[in-house]
Write a protein that binds this ligand. Structure first.
Ligand SMILES: Cc1cc2nc3c(=O)[nH]c(=O)nc-3n(C[C@H](O)[C@H](O)[C@H](O)COP(=O)(O)OP(=O)(O)OC[C@H]3O[C@@H](n4cnc5c(N)ncnc54)[C@H](O)[C@@H]3O)c2cc1C
Length: 450
């Protein structure tokens, strides 16, 4: 069976592993528009992502894969939060069990580890193609058109096409032209930038340091702008600083409010965001010059086209904000579900693809909703929810058989399906959705008036 996978991100590469490990009758052709990530290790735009039990479990299912990935990341058991009153960092243990750490890994290093392992296993059915972009998908003809580095046009026919090509998926764009394919997308009122630094002396290599602050602005009519993020340890004594700030999609600002120059940035980081963290002149300049990335959320009502023999996995199927750190883990779950449906149906796509959609669309919807609803925007709801979840956590510790852990614990320490987590706390989410909509409407009218 000829399987064409567009995109050598975490989802595309894990799928190649699963198919090729399971059966030698697959010919897997992976096409990736970028260069081999093993050549891009110093990429300044690459970010660090966290894999908890949920994502780790899917990697452990393939012999030898998890140790290879684990080696490329940093195990994190502690969280640092700055206490302004005491003027010092407070560090909390995240978990007690040794197996329950989060692995923080640069996305490029994750892909590099998955690739190394694919090549090491010498699968005759593996065909890797970098610097080759998919330009067009002809669903009726079951054929893709690609362009390689030399500008040559390639046509490739497939038995199964997998769109693992991320947020701006070309495969999804083709599916959208099919009748009855429903799709929604919206940009978040947030943007982000990343910065890589040598590990600062006063910061520990096993702790992620978080911050959240409001911008100080001289304009009395301006809405307060939240700036948040984290300094996260990376391999080779590096730290990755991720910064998110409120910014409407139509605002063309390059940096968080209050940051006009690299010196402003250095000062803000050192004094306000991550007290004690020094950023070099060159790193601050490079941060300020780069454009921020926007955050897109998408929801599709199905992930397959039965007649076109095509299917979506990962961010191509459900892009989401990184707030709950679930995108990659949700992508792995798609891959596992797709592989199981193919196996159970003996590759009968008419059966496997609808089954896969039926399983994963509800999961995709649930996690994108959880991403939105686990951060109540109204202060009173946020406080109420915070107190309720604190009580929930205490009660769960006392009566683990009768009281559910909190949604955050279920997300980070278990692999309970997203749809089930959503259902367990549905009344809360109805309240948060209602209050969030009110806050957003108020913010919108304030923006129009100012
Ligand atoms: C700042 C940030 C922090 C994050 N933190 C976390 C976290 O802590 N935990 C977590 O689980 N997730 C996290 N995520 C989300 C996670 O990175 C994504 O969900 C994950 O990378 C999705 O994997 P994917 O393979 O589906 O897509 P991608 O990683 O986007 O890979 C898609 C690949 O397809 C290629 N491609 C695209 N178009 C074409 C084309 N036309 N032809 C050929 N190739 C193409 C791209 O070059 C890319 O390599 C974070 C995301 C961001 C932005």
């Amino acid at each position: 069976m000829n399987v064409v996978i567009i995109g050598a991100g975490p989802a595309g590469l894990l799928l190649a592993h699963r198919l090729l490990t399971r059966s030698s009758h697959y010919q897997v052709f992976i096409y990736e528009q970028r260069s081999d990530p093993r050549k891009l290790r110093a990429d300044q735009r690459a970010f660090v992502l966290s894999l908890t039990e949920r994502g780790q479990k899917e990697l452990r299912a393939i012999d030898g894969l998890w140790p290879a990935v684990d080696q490329q990341g940093v195990a994190i058991c502690k969280t640092g939060i700055y206490n302004k009153k005491l003027q010092q960092w407070k560090v909390f243990e995240r978990s007690s069990g040794t197996e329950k750490y989060s692995l923080l890994i640069n996305r490029n290093n994750l892909c590099a580890a998955l690739l190394d392992q694919l090549e090491k296993r010498d699968y005759p059915g593996l065909h890797l193609n970098f610097d080759t972009a998919c330009m067009n998908v002809h669903l009726k003809a079951c054929q893709v058109t690609l362009t390689n580095e030399e500008g040559q046009r390639i046509e490739h026919s497939y038995d199964l096409l997998v769109g693992a090509d991320g947020i701006h998926s070309v495969v999804k764009a083709a599916l959208l032209k099919q009748p009855g394919f429903d799709f929604q997308q919206s940009y978040f009122d947030k943007v982000w930038k990343v910065l890589h630094l040598p590990q600062p002396q006063a910061f520990a290599a096993d702790t992620s340091y978080f911050f959240r602050t409001s911008s100080s602005t001289t304009d009395p009519n301006a809405l307060p702008c939240q700036i948040s993020g984290a300094a996260i340890p990376e391999l080779d004594d590096q730290f990755c600083l991720l910064t998110f700030w409120d910014q409407a999609p139509d605002q063309a600002r390059n940096n968080p409010p209050g940051i006009e120059t690299p010196t402003d940035l250095q000062q803000q980081i050192y004094e306000q965001w991550l007290p004690g963290l020094q950023v070099s002149d060159a790193a601050a300049q490079s941060f300020c010059e780069r454009r921020p990335s926007s955050i897109l959320e998408t929801q599709c009502d199905r992930y397959h086209d039965r007649s076109g023999q095509a299917v979506l996995v990962g961010d191509a199927a459900h892009a989401m904000s990184s707030f709950l750190a679930q995108g990659c883990q949700a992508a792995f779950a798609d891959v596992v579900a797709l592989d199981r449906c193919l196996q159970a149906s003996e590759d009968q796509l008419q059966i496997a693809l609808p089954q896969y959609s039926a399983l994963q669309v509800k999961e995709g919807h649930a996690i994108t909703e959880l991403n939105l609803l686990l951060s109540p925007k109204a202060k009173w709801v946020s406080k109420l929810f915070g107190v309720a979840m604190m009580m929930q956590s205490k009660l769960n510790q006392r009566f683990p058989d009768r009281i559910s852990p909190t949604p955050s614990t279920l997300l980070s320490k278990t692999s309970v399906p997203y749809a089930e987590i959503y259902d367990r706390f549905k009344p809360w989410f109805s309240l948060i959705r209602w209050s969030n909509q009110r806050v957003l409407a108020k913010q919108k009218s304030a923006r129009i008036n100012s």
